[in-house]
Design a protein around this ligand. Structure first.
Ligand code: CIR
Length: 271
């Protein structure tokens, strides 16, 4: 008999009307059409629903340009949601509404000032969490996360990265024990315990892929931006079920497919 997994909740947020004023670190500013970004985001949300996530869609935050990137506001494990203190000052107002949404699912803890941490820097693989020491995440932030999660048996390790915004720009988990990685931005050695699939050389941002766990009847699905067909083919060649979604307008704001949602298993009390 198939093992039913607990339903996945996906917290998302509507694209802000101020999206074009987003933070940019490694990309040059290009005109962003908020209407197109909203359409692409709606298709992303529809795909999560098709993959049987229970989507909790927060209203737009008109004064917070980057607030669609909810991933950065929290790190969620089964036992706890850690509300972050984002590295960009312009993004710190994003956490209150995400905390309110997550409080319905998990006890909350917080990263305290002056430490900073962006959720995009935290990759959880089982009970091991890798935390990018990026321009957004401080050593203090990693240490606080480690102290908050240690009582639940999670180990947190800081990882240096180079040339990209967040750890999960460079590496994400696509199946149990398998990562997609761009070795130009992150050392392979730290992930030696896992099978590594390398991005296509022409698709450096393809290392940010979103794994949506199957529900016991279905296997997992890996969501990849439509702009990266060669890497999508590589993942499919490894036997993974891949879906693509066009997020080109969102990518102009230096965001990818993991950044636009927080996925968490519904708590046992929930359907
Ligand atoms: C920022 O610079 O903060 C946003 N423009 C992009 C954040 C993308 N988030 C992520 O990769 N987790």
């Amino acid at each position: 008999m198939a093992v039913q997994r607990r339903r996945l909740v996906a917290v998302t947020r509507e694209v802000s009307p101020a999206f074009a004023a987003c933070e940019l670190t490694h990309l040059a500013r290009e005109p962003i059409d908020v209407r197109v970004a909203r359409q692409q985001h709606a298709a992303y949300v529809a795909l999560l629903e098709e993959l049987r996530c229970a989507v909790e869609h927060l209203p737009a935050e008109p004064s917070l340009p980057d607030s669609v990137f909810v991933e950065d506001a929290a790190v969620v494990v089964d036992e706890l949601a850690v509300i972050t203190r984002p590295g960009a000052a312009s993004r710190r107002g994003e956490t209150a509404s995400v905390a309110a949404a997550l409080a319905r699912h998990r006890p909350l803890a917080r990263i305290e000032a002056p430490a900073t941490l962006d959720g995009g820097d935290v990759l959880r693989i089982g009970r091991r969490l890798f935390a990018g020491l990026s321009s957004r995440t401080s050593r203090d932030g990693v240490d606080q996360l480690a102290a908050l999660l240690a009582p639940f048996g999670y180990a947190v390790e800081g990882v240096e990265l180079d040339g990209c915004l967040h750890l999960k720009t460079a590496v994400t988990e696509v199946a149990e024990g398998t990562v997609i990685i761009n070795p130009a931005w992150i050392g392979r050695a730290r992930f030696a315990a896992y099978e590594q699939i390398e991005v296509d050389a022409d698709e450096p941002f393809a290392a940010n892929a979103l794994r949506v766990a199957g529900d016991g009847t279905d296997g997992d699905t890996v969501v990849v931006p439509a702009a990266f067909p060669r890497t999508a083919d590589r993942l499919a060649a490894h036997g993974l079920r891949v879906r693509t979604v066009d997020v080109a307008e969102i990518a102009k704001a230096e965001g990818g497919v993991t950044c636009c949602s927080i996925l968490l298993a519904a708590s046992a009390a929930q359907p």
